[in-house]
Ligand binder design. Structure first.
Ligand code: SAM
Length: 334
């Protein structure tokens, strides 16, 4: 990698706006991923064994209750940044009021992760509700391959969703999960696609999760291998990234891209994430299936202290290194 790089830089320290929630390792837990529903309209081969794996949780919380839990986590447990995920969050009927509710609590950093199939129609309403940015999952620019990897959907719909989102003023990033022999010949094409539209592409190393946890045929493409491939078309320079960013960031003439080295260089020591499932459980670590329910706090008049201690309990399940687990991503959104 050193042959390809010419310069290394660092961000200045990030300023805190609210009292932080620090765990025992001093990590500032300020990011929350909220899975609004486990339903999805795709069934990506690296995520689930089939579309039937995507079932709405029987005890899914009503929208106002889910919103209340997020509000409590924001007010009392240091959460500043929200990413709405799933399942596919655009299937969630109450998504717009949910985002409006989040905006009203004073949360300014509200993002969404989506496959974009239903984005064309909803992008303007999402932006008006207070959504700021979208991480769009897009694994291939080839229509047949798109369908094979996702087992459903159409590339055309996702591309329309991208155009509509840009038009609505939403900031976009593309997340591409890279699999050996499936889409690893498209890295430079995806980067060109992103550069043309001013969208940062982030390549995700495959994670040993759900159906891949015990699967011997693990089609990992490492960060080094990705860089080698991209370097065939682009001159790559390392760039700045936030101290707790999951991605290694690079610059090429025309724009930036990132690689999330989930397997080859996991970022566990700086992980600042917490996850909330649609049925009100906290998940502190992808490498540990322990869940911590907080839904009973909805009935408490003064839940603050109990909430803080349950958040710390959930965060204590964070592992020091990523070993994977049989947790299915669509339950808590990645
Ligand atoms: N339906 C939405 C979407 O497609 O973006 C949100 C849910 S999806 C589970 C969230 C993210 O998890 C996606 O970017 C997806 O690519 C990623 N993901 C799921 N399983 C993965 C795996 N085994 N390795 C790496 N990324 C994975």
């Amino acid at each position: 990698m050193n042959d390809r790089v010419s310069r290394e830089t660092c961000w200045p320290p990030v300023l805190e706006r609210r009292p932080p929630m620090l765990d025992l390792q001093g990590r500032n837990i300020n990011k929350l991923r909220v899975s609004v529903s486990e339903a999805c309209n795709m069934a990506c081969s690296y995520c689930v064994t089939g579309i039937e794996d995507h079932q709405v949780a029987p005890d899914q919380l009503a929208m106002p209750d889910l919103l209340r839990l997020v509000e409590l986590l924001h007010r009392h447990a240091g959460i500043e940044k929200i990413r709405i995920t799933g399942g596919e969050p655009l299937l969630y009927r109450e998504l717009i009021p949910f985002i409006e509710g989040l905006s009203q609590t004073g949360l300014e950093d509200i993002g969404l992760t989506s496959n974009g199939l239903l984005l064309a129609k909803s992008a303007p309403a999402l932006a008006s509700a207070g959504l700021k940015h979208i991480n769009l999952s897009l694994d291939s620019l080839q229509p047949e391959r798109f369908r094979e990897m996702g087992r459903a959907g159409s590339l055309k719909s996702t591309l329309k969703g991208i155009d509509a989102s840009l038009k609505a003023g939403l900031r976009l990033k593309i997340n591409m999960v890279v699999m050996k022999g499936e889409n690893d010949d498209e890295l430079a094409d995806m980067l060109e696609f992103g550069i043309k539209r001013g969208i940062e592409v982030r390549y995700l190393e495959l994670m040993r999760m759900g159906p891949l946890y015990h699967n011997g045929d693990f089609k990992l493409v490492t960060m080094e291998e990705m860089l080698d491939q991209i370097a065939e078309r682009f001159t790559i320079t390392p760039a700045k990234a936030d101290h707790d960013s999951t991605s290694k960031r690079f610059w090429v003439p025309g724009g930036y891209f990132g690689i999330i080295p989930n397997e080859s260089a996991p970022f566990c020591s700086t992980c600042s994430r917490l996850r909330l499932t649609s049925n009100g459980k906290l998940v502190g670590c992808l490498s540990n299936p322990e869940e911590t329910s907080i839904r009973h706090l909805l009935d408490e008049p003064n839940p603050e202290e109990k909430l803080k201690s349950l958040v710390l309990e959930s965060v204590s399940y964070k592992q020091s290194s990523f070993t994977g687990s049989d947790l299915v991503m669509s339950k808590f959104g990645g």
